[in-house]
Design a protein around this ligand. Structure first.
Ligand code: GDD
Ligand code: MG
Length: 361
């Protein structure tokens, strides 16, 4: 007899990542590197830790990047399939497009949130309440850029308002955290062939039609990585232990430093924890990397340079005596000798910064 069907998830990974530009000009948002691993690897690890082994990625933009970074995810213990929208169908249409591959109760995730909730507990909550759609909720200081969710005393959904414009609509600081459990039978309510929004159409209609839907509020780390400062902060949170790391960075860990293979570290170079140093990195004499540095594969840091609170993608060249502080550098960036790159600067892949230049945000 066949065993129970595998637990399934759909991940929405088809946005253009506009707010994460210029980083997303070079790489799709779902696979931008976090601690030298593609972002979605963390979501897949979270799902796998809660028994989900069958995942459908709903993509539409830069699908080749995503495939190149994740493949079929066999190494993560997951069967990963891709459904591709010719034209973006929105968050509703994206899930609808995956509906033929799923059945039963499925997780649906926004593909840009770093979080560590107990999804097993979420399923238990969903089942015991007899819920047909459960939304993971988070309190935030400023809810305006999110989906606001009002619930009754029993947790039942009362209202869902996506990014309301008027002040009088800001009635709660509890927001949609971007993970749902949905009874797949409900997906037929989403139109098949036109763009639609799960937040603006599907959820409000479920509430209007009195279908039992609940909000679930765990205590968990949560961050939408969809803009550069959040993208950098999420990595520092993992490095400093403020966010759980569902996957360790590549390489060997020693004293708060992860060092991947093939790197050349000058005996007079210093790595100050926490820091992640990728494969085939070259650290020059007397340079200082960290605290809070992520160095991508093949990057070279020149003598006397300093890198602190900064995220560097692959093959960056940092000149002698340059200083990088609290910034993000895309792949193949070149920093001239003695240049300084300051807090919150984000450099697109391939940028060249001249010798002794000073960049501020
Ligand atoms: N397949 C597909 N097709 N995916 C899409 C599309 C599309 O046309 N448009 C967006 N997505 C994906 C994005 O890649 C992202 O993973 C997810 O859907 C959410 O889109 P965002 O553009 O990141 O939305 P947001 O951050 O403004 O708001 C959403 O997330 C908030 C939490 O971070 C909403 O769900 C809010 O309600 C929520 O509070
Ligand atoms: Mg987002």
């Amino acid at each position: 007899m066949a065993g129970p069907p595998p637990l399934q998830a759909v991940i929405l990974a088809g946005g253009q990542g506009t707010r994460l530009r210029p980083l997303t000009l070079a790489r799709a948002k779902p696979v931008v590197p976090l601690l030298n691993r593609p972002f979605l690897a963390y979501q897949l690890a979270l799902l796998r830790a809660h028994g989900v082994t069958d995942v459908v990625l709903a993509c539409s933009y830069r699908v080749d990047d995503v495939r190149a970074a994740l493949g079929d995810a066999e190494h993560l213990g997951i069967r990963l399939r891709y459904v591709v929208e010719d034209d973006p169908l929105g968050t509703g249409g994206g899930v609808r497009n995956a509906a033929d591959l799923v059945a039963g109760t499925l997780f649906v995730l926004n593909g840009d949130i770093l979080t560590d909730p107990d999804l097993t507990e979420m399923r238990r909550f969903h089942e015991t309440r007899g819920s047909r759609t459960t939304i993971y909720l988070q309190p935030v200081p400023d809810p305006r850029q999110y989906g606001l969710v009002e619930t009754g005393p029993d947790g039942r959904l009362r209202a869902f308002r996506e990014k309301p414009a008027a002040d009088e609509e800001i009635t709660t600081n509890t927001i949609n955290a971007g993970i749902y459990l949905i009874d797949a039978e409900l997906l037929s309510r989403i139109p098949r062939d036109r763009p639609s929004s799960i937040e603006r159409e599907f959820f409000p209609a479920l509430i209007a039609d009195n279908i039992p839907c609940f909000g679930w509020c765990p205590t968990a780390y949560w961050r939408d990585i969809g803009n550069p400062s959040a993208y950098r902060a999420a990595q520092l949170d993992m490095l400093h232990g403020r966010a759980a790391m569902p996957l360790a960075p590549p390489g060997q860990r020693r004293d708060g430093i992860w060092l991947d293979g093939g790197s050349t570290v000058d005996p007079a170079a210093r790595i100050v924890p926490p820091a992640v140093v990728g494969a085939r990195v070259v650290l020059g004499s007397r340079c200082r990397v960290g605290p809070g540095a992520v160095i991508g594969d093949g990057t070279r840091i020149g003598p006397d340079a300093r890198v602190e609170g900064a995220i560097l993608w692959e093959r960056v060249e940092v000149g002698a005596g340059a200083v990088l502080q609290d910034c993000v550098l895309g792949a193949d960036v070149r920093i001239g000798d003695g240049a300084r790159v300051g807090p919150d600067v984000v450099l697109a892949s391939g940028t060249t910064v001249p010798e002794r230049a000073t960049l501020t945000a």
